[in-house]
Design a protein around this ligand. Structure first.
Ligand code: G3P
Ligand code: CA
Length: 296
């Protein structure tokens, strides 16, 4: 081999190696680890303090403001589509009325999911919010899952048999769960332990969060122990907890994500107590807090 060819081969090999190493570093940085050392900024229904909840602008703002996850509430339409809606009815967040489960997807798509926000919050109103549509889970995944992770809440499994299977199938089709997909690419939470259990028995790789409304602030050992058998973490109203609770949950190996903290002082306190994520309507405020605290 001539000296020139030898130099070219060495340089090419070095270039290839650099690309591989850089890719590994970049991808590793981008992967959720679900370690208590990693802190998550979760945008509650998107950046719902700034734009109509669960709509495209709320998700775009969450990405812009540095959220790690967007939190989504799921309901099922009369014809079985999974749509993003917090309430059982469309009354509060659209110009329509009635239960989601009594309306077809076509009927729900006709509704305006943004004008209510302009009327309720004139100081934050934006003409672009008028006429926003209710999104399906499929649309949210297709449009946003490349840029931000999803934190999905199952709202009413008892009223919607089969929702868990449908959800898992949807996530699988989009490559968001599976053997080669890092755990935590999607998180699923619910107040209903049956719903989480239904997921757990079908796919133990899916990372689950148990929402609890009945916590003893000091932390019930038995309840936390039980949750740690199927879930990676607990979601709790921040008003209901104290440092002792966070300590106990962490001791049981659970991540702790209090909701819904919008005041920077509260966010700071929760982080000081050891919360491994905070759920907020204002992900930009949380990004500022985590930056000031040197968490980024
Ligand atoms: O993330 C927890 C939180 O979303 C639960 O409450 O009523 O806002 O769905 P809610
Ligand atoms: Ca929710």
């Amino acid at each position: 081999m001539s000296k020139r060819i030898y130099v070219l081969v060495v340089l090419s090999a070095f270039g290839l190696l650099s690309v591989i190493v850089l890719n590994l570093v970049f991808l590793a940085d981008d992967k959720p680890t679900l370690s208590p050392e990693e802190f998550f900024n979760v945008a509650h229904r998107g950046a719902s303090g700034l734009a109509p909840e669960l709509t495209r602008p709320a998700f775009e703002l969450a990405i812009e403001r540095g959220a790690d996850y967007i939190e989504l509430d799921l309901q099922t339409t009369k014809d079985g589509a999974l749509v993003l809606m917090h309430d059982e009815t469309v009354d509060r967040t659209t110009d329509g009325t009635g239960k989601v489960s009594d309306l077809t997807l076509d009927q729900i798509k006709e509704l305006d999911a943004g004008s209510w926000f302009n009327e309720k919050f004139p100081d934050k109103a934006d003409p672009d919010f008028e006429g926003l549509e209710v999104l399906t889970l499929n649309e949210a995944i297709e449009e946003f899952a490349d840029d931000i992770r999803l934190y999905i809440e199952i709202k009413a499994p008892i009223a919607e048999p089969g929702l868990e299977e449908k959800l898992l199938a949807t996530l699988e089709v989009h490559g968001l769960i599976g053997e080669d997909v890092p755990r935590g690419t999607v998180l699923i939470q619910s107040f209903y332990s049956e719903a989480l259990y239904n997921i757990y028995v079908r796919n133990q790789r899916v990372a689950l969060f148990q929402l609890v409304s009945d916590v003893n602030p000091s932390g019930s050992d038995y309840r936390l122990e039980n949750i740690s058998e199927y879930a990676v973490g607990v979601g709790v109203n921040y008003h209901d907890i104290n440092e002792e609770f966070v300590d106990k949950a962490l001791e049981k190996g659970l991540l702790v994500h209090p909701y819904t903290a919008n005041d920077p002082d509260v966010m700071e306190q929760l982080i000081e107590w050891g919360a491994t994520g905070v759920i907020t309507d204002y992900p930009g405020r949380l990004s500022e807090v985590t930056e000031e605290m040197g968490l980024d």
